[in-house]
Design a binder for this molecule. Sequence first.
Ligand SMILES: [Fe+2]
Length: 256
Amino acid sequence: MTRVMAVSDLHADFEENAGWATLLSLWDHRSDVLIVAGDVSDRLPVVQRTLEALARRFDAVLFVPGNHELWVVREESGSGDSLQKFERVLHAAGQSGVLTGSLRRPGLRVVPLQSWYDHSFGEPGAELRRVWADFVACRWPDGWQAPEVAREMFARNPPEPPRAEGETLISFSHFMPRIDLMPAGVPARVRMLFPVLGTSRLDTEIRRLKASVHVYGHSHLNRDVQVAGLRYVNNAYGYPHETAIAAKRLLTVWEC
Ligand SMILES: [Fe+2]
């Protein structure tokens, strides 16, 4: 039996989260595939250590960087901007033994989608611009705003044909593909974050791919819902205090 499991937002730089990967069984997941949908840490050694621990335990691990991986605020000066950090994160992931491209197995394809928010869920207000860490922790080429970053990230996705007959296609991204995956009635302090949660461009791509399941992260709000015929799953591990919205355990999204 092969299972495809998912987790995101491990935030392993928190002491309470740091050991989680190493506490997983070394034997139970040897036939399993794991999706890690971004935000392991902004610190490369932590990303590498965590991904190595996961790669030792699973048959295959797939990873996309989240926004935290692209923070450069704690990097040594002269180490480059967030685009260069993206390349270093992908390299570190490869060195750790995880996949950053798609996985093909008989009857199964798992497809990572690089992305960034582009304000298609709303324009950021003054308060969001003041409190959202990416605005100071990431560094982009002169004149770039989120839409330029999103365009650049999407351009890094290689062409991928839609799901074939008899195939299960599972796509995943760090960012949210639809804002209606947020439950109605979330408080105003969460609603304020909508412009930086994702992009509708992801959903267009997911539907072109005819994905059966899409795994996403970033919102930290665990969800497993069907919308317009497609299953969307968020299984974020989340920050240590987020015990009510994050289950903090692996979730199987597909098995055969
Ligand atoms: Fe994130």
